[in-house]
Design a protein around this ligand. Structure first.
Ligand code: G4P
Length: 197
């Protein structure tokens, strides 16, 4: 998605060889116009899947999940990383370990918001090792529903999350795929392919 790639080129900061800072439009401040375009793009790419609900994880996945759900005309549910004091109702629970942050969260979704027989589109902001998406997929399975797609805003293609998810049979669509941060520069995956040919 060219608009997103341009934004990453203009405002993204490569922190080290693994981490990209995009807090001016995705992870802290949010650019609503860009987020609407991202939602439209996800809705276009998954239009043929019969999505009945969008599932994401707090907090940075919520904005993109919301605009995608708006365009797909379905509800959006976000998994919580900390159990709310009010969450005394029955919930699906799974452990998600973040290698980037070196922490494990107990991720929960109330059963009343995720029934059986739903066609779920999982949306998240970053794909690194795939732990968050795998965790959400486990919750969908616990609910007796089906994952019809996984939409990612920024995939770091040099980490193995995309490979793991695709090899597990999931349809993964990433709006920007980053091949490397070599030399402190963002190089997109498609550009690498172009340069090799
Ligand atoms: P994984 O789910 O693919 O395995 O990714 P990982 O655990 O490594 O990611 C953990 C957190 O770090 C996630 O945010 C993810 O969005 C974020 N993250 C991963 N790589 C990058 C990166 O290159 N840049 C930035 N800015 N973030 C990255 P989170 O803990 O869920 O935080 P939030 O959603 O509450 O903001």
């Amino acid at each position: 998605m060219e608009l997103l790639k341009e934004k990453i080129r203009q405002e993204g900061h490569v922190l080290n060889d693994k981490v990209l800072k995009v807090d001016s439009f995705l992870n802290h401040q949010i650019d609503p116009e860009l987020m609407m375009a991202i939602g439209e793009e996800f809705a276009r790419r998954f239009a043929d899947t019969g999505v009945t609900k969008v599932l994401t994880i707090e907090s940075s996945g919520i904005a993109a999940a919301l605009t995608a759900a708006l365009k797909l005309n379905v509800k959006v549910v976000f998994a919580r990383k900390k159990k709310s004091a009010l969450m005394n109702e029955e919930a699906y629970v799974t452990q998600v370990h973040s290698f980037t942050k070196n922490e494990t969260n107990e991720v929960t979704v109330l059963k009343k918001f995720l029934g059986a027989g739903e066609k779920i589109l999982i949306i998240d902001d970053f794909l690194a090792n795939g732990e968050a998406a795998m965790g959400l997929a486990r919750i969908v399975e616990q609910a007796g529903s089906e994952v019809v797609g996984i939409g990612i805003v920024i995939e770091k293609a040099f980490q193995d999350g995309g490979k793991r998810l695709r090899e597990s049979g999931f349809r993964v669509e990433s709006l920007a795929r980053i091949a490397t941060f070599a030399g402190g520069e963002v190089q997109f995956a498609e550009e690498c392919v172009k340069h090799q040919s």
